[in-house]
Write a protein that binds this ligand. Structure first.
Ligand code: NAD
Ligand code: TYD
Length: 337
């Protein structure tokens, strides 16, 4: 049995990855370590039963004693680190938690990988570390120029990871994923926010002129890329994971509204995000050379995603109350209803 410690496994991509790995590798076991912040959600793992192949532990990646105990107790051979504070707008409101979890927490996991002699650590990073790229595609050798507190904390974590590889030969690899969409994404990110607002005939808040471009990738394609890097990535290297879609916010909102049969008049232009990165775009030749290619087009990815929120109101209705309403009021100056 090959045991992975999947940190942040109750979040959006982490929980999709847990299902992906348990489905693909019958001889793998997964221990999920998750703090269950506002974005962590046990509903994302509710179909899994605790047993020899799956364990859930609530805790903080910054707790070194806990991490090392879990590695020893469960015979963990590799760590895949999804745990992070992840939302740019929240990082603008309150950067401290981002530095604590994304930078210091990653350091704790690197230290456990080194001290316990693990086979591998995969650190999940983001295309946002390149900063705003007006033209062309970012390659893994490009300079890191993060511009938001979120992106800067992710870049800081990467630099520590590479320093561990250089200094201690720690077998760490880094993935830099594009904007990911699919089931179980907390509805503060653009796609689940726009979709759930549209389902309720509420306005879709579009920052500035709506011309900021992102590359939207389906979560299953992102997980397949991480899986490949886990098994075949070269330690000390970064791997871009993007689908090559260039979609701006107005086009994104239009695709969601059209699929749901809702009017474009629901688009509402609001104040821009401070320091808004206007474009991300990735060169994925390095990952493609390992045999990866995305399976879903932008429209397929979008339709599968929007249909999932349409069909799983139970999942998001409960979230869109309480703390979420407080955040929404602070961010948009109004409640969604
Ligand atoms: P998410 O916010 O849905 O999930 C993050 C998870 O980490 C949550 O379950 C949360 O409870 C947990 N967590 C937070 N702090 C923790 C701590 N201190 N200890 C243990 N667990 C903690 O995020 P996501 O969208 O699934 O992103 C996962 C990873 O992928 C992140 O590292 C993010 O930077 C990266 N990423 C995300 C995207 C995207 O579009 N969502 C794109 C590229 C990279
Ligand atoms: P988001 O999902 O927050 O991801 P990113 O980390 O790339 O910013 O936002 C995706 C794009 O949508 C980004 O250009 C910001 C924009 N956006 C809006 O226009 N309105 C919103 O309410 C949100 C959350 C995002």
């Amino acid at each position: 049995m090959h045991t992975l410690l999947v940190t942040g496994g109750a979040g959006f991509i982490g929980s999709n990855f847990v299902h992906y790995v348990l489905g693909k590798y019958p001889d793998y076991a997964v221990v999920v370590l998750d703090k269950l912040t506002y974005a962590g959600n046990l509903d994302n793992l509710r179909d899994l039963t605790e047993g020899p192949r799956y364990r859930f532990v609530r805790g903080d990646i910054a707790d070194a004693a806990l991490v090392e105990r879990l590695v020893g107790e469960h015979g963990v051979r590799a760590i895949v680190n999804f745990a992070a504070e992840t939302h740019v707008d929240r990082s603008i409101m309150d950067p401290g938690a981002f530095i604590q979890t994304d930078v210091y927490g990653t350091h704790v996991l690197l230290e456990a990988t080194r001290k316990c002699g693990l086979d591998r650590m995969v650190h999940i990073s983001t295309d946002e570390v390149y900063g705003s790229v007006p033209t062309g595609l970012s390659t893994e050798e490009d300079k890191l120029e993060p511009r938001s507190p979120y992106a800067a904390s992710k870049a800081g974590a990467e630099l520590i990871a590479f320093a561990y590889h250089t200094t201690y030969a720690t077998p760490v690899v880094v993935t830099r994923g594009a904007n990911t969409i699919g089931p179980c994404q907390y509805p503060e990110k653009a796609v689940p926010l726009f979709t759930t607002n549209a389902l309720d005939d509420q306005p879709l808040p579009i920052y500035g002129t709506g011309t900021a471009v992102r590359d939207y990738i389906y979560v299953e394609d992102h997980c397949a890329g991480i899986d490949l890097v886990l098994h075949q990535g070269e330690p000390g290297r970064a791997y871009n994971i993007g689908a090559g879609n260039e979609v701006n916010t107005v086009e994104l909102a239009a695709a969601i509204l059209d699929f749901l049969g809702k009017p474009h008049s629901l688009m509402r232009f609001v104040a821009d995000r401070p320091g808004h990165d206007m474009r991300y775009a990735l060169d994925t030749a390095r990952l493609r050379a390992l045999g990866w290619a995305p399976r879903y087009s932008f429209h397929e990815a979008m339709e599968k995603t929007v249909a999932w929120y349409r069909d799983n109101e139970w999942w998001w209705r409960r979230i869109k109350s309480g703390e979420y309403l407080e955040y929404y009021r602070k961010q948009y100056g109004r409640q969604p209803t």
